[in-house]
Write a protein that binds this ligand. Structure first.
Ligand SMILES: CC(C)(COP(=O)(O)OP(=O)(O)OC[C@H]1O[C@@H](n2cnc3c(N)ncnc32)[C@H](O)[C@@H]1OP(=O)(O)O)[C@@H](O)C(=O)NCCC(=O)NCCS
Length: 200
């Protein structure tokens, strides 16, 4: 397994993200094929999605490099730069989306897991949020899947404990819907995702 010292985390913003869009798209597709996302990824959609991080003010992508190779990434941006359906649960609960810095995802190739890079992704994104002195809370959302789902691997350990240790609390009343095509299916289906938050 590669050692932590061989991995470099870089926080990229704006046009500095653009050269990595193809690699980031491939990485998201590779990692999110697995449970619990079981996402049948589409490179065209991925590039469009990731372009948001190039264009949105204050957005960043924290990239994990093994030498020149992109092996992981984590994204963040103001919640107000997200589509209305992602902001909606906050508005519906009388929260101001302008107070929140939103973490899109963290994805890391399997061979590089368990050596603290995921912790580094959180630290780097929280540092990006704190840079602007306007965001009170960091937030992200995670998909809810039924435990009896046929594709759930035996012995799967959810990331809830990992997130709790990073200081995040699940907010069951803050949920949004997102649609994508699951592996083995031909049509998109809607999923429920629950938000987690941490005061900055
Ligand atoms: C989420 C993800 C990026 C985490 O990456 P990771 O680098 O394996 O996570 P870390 O190594 O930082 O942390 C995992 C555990 O290893 C521990 N750890 C930290 N440094 C370590 C080290 N040097 N050696 C061994 N373990 C270490 C951490 O403390 C943590 O344990 P804890 O939860 O008990 O505190 C990775 O699991 C992943 O890509 N998952 C699939 C995609 C996904 O579900 N993403 C989240 C939703 S978008």
């Amino acid at each position: 397994m590669p050692k932590l010292t061989e991995i470099t985390l870089k926080t990229l913003t704006g046009k500095a993200i653009a050269p990595y869009l193809l690699e980031l798209a491939a990485l998201r597709i590779e990692v999110f094929r697995d449970w619990p996302y079981i996402y049948d990824g589409n490179p065209t959609y991925e590039e469009k999605y990731l372009q948001t991080y190039v264009d949105a003010e204050l957005a960043a992508v924290v990239v994990a490099f093994a030498g020149d190779e992109v092996v992981g990434a984590a994204t963040c941006l103001p919640l107000t730069a997200e589509p209305a359906h992602v902001q909606q649960p906050f508005v519906a609960n009388a929260r101001d989306p302008g107070d929140y810095f939103y973490f899109g995802e963290s994805v890391l190739r399997k061979a590089y897991r368990g050596q603290g890079i995921g912790v580094g992704f959180f630290e780097a994104r929280e540092a990006q949020a704190r840079r602007f002195d306007i965001y009170k809370t960091a937030t992200f959302c995670a998909v809810q899947r039924p435990t009896e789902h046929p594709l759930r691997p035996a012995g799967f350990v959810p990331l809830d404990t990992f997130w709790g240790k990073r200081g995040y609390a699940k907010q069951p009343h803050l949920q949004c819907k997102m649609s994508w095509t699951d592996r083995g299916e031909t049509e998109q289906t809607e999923k429920t995702l629950t938000f987690w938050t941490k005061n900055l």
